[in-house]
Design a protein around this ligand. Structure first.
Ligand code: FES
Length: 159
């Protein structure tokens, strides 16, 4: 089966591959997956098939990378992907209130996407920015010292 998105990235992957020593193709797994997700929004089954064939690595190796790095998505998400940290520092500084607020405002459960496909709400583990808790990431952009009021203002701007 052809994978147009993967095919469009092969030239870029070839250039990346040329920078690695021979025999280290498996090291391309992570950067290739990142580019696939940037383009598609998530990593589809057909992308895993194409990447394992391209790199000549066992499928389990790609699956392991996908399951280890939680930023990888295996399913489509909304146009704006909201991830709220609920680890200790963020929880102590209001993350649970923020999550509840977003849940009520958007009318979706954690992991859900609004009917118009605009917002997906998820929670995540520590984002490494505990000093500015609570933290929310929207499409890989950090928003720190968040509150329900700041979230309302942010969602309004995202349009
Ligand atoms: S606990 Fe939330 S960023 Fe560390």
């Amino acid at each position: 089966m052809s994978n147009a998105l993967f095919t469009s990235l092969v030239g870029e992957f070839d250039r990346l591959r040329a920078r690695f020593p021979a025999g280290f193709d498996s090291s391309l797994t992570l950067p290739c997956l990142r580019r696939i997700q940037e383009e598609r929004g998530y990593v589809a089954e057909e992308d895993i098939d194409a990447l394992t064939a391209y790199l000549g690595v066992p499928r389990i190796q790609v699956e392991e990378v996908l399951s280890f790095y939680t930023q990888f998505r295996r399913e489509p998400v909304g146009r704006f992907h909201l991830e709220v940290c609920r680890n200790v520092s963020c929880s102590m500084r209001g993350a649970e209130r923020l999550i509840r607020h977003l849940h009520d405002k958007l009318g979706v459960a954690i992991g859900g996407t609004t009917a118009d496909g605009r917002f997906t709400l998820k929670t995540c583990e520590c984002l490494g920015s505990c000093g500015t808790a609570p933290v929310m990431v929207v499409n890989d952009e950090y928003h720190e010292n968040m509150s329900p009021e700041k979230a309302d203002e942010l969602l309004g701007r995202l349009g």
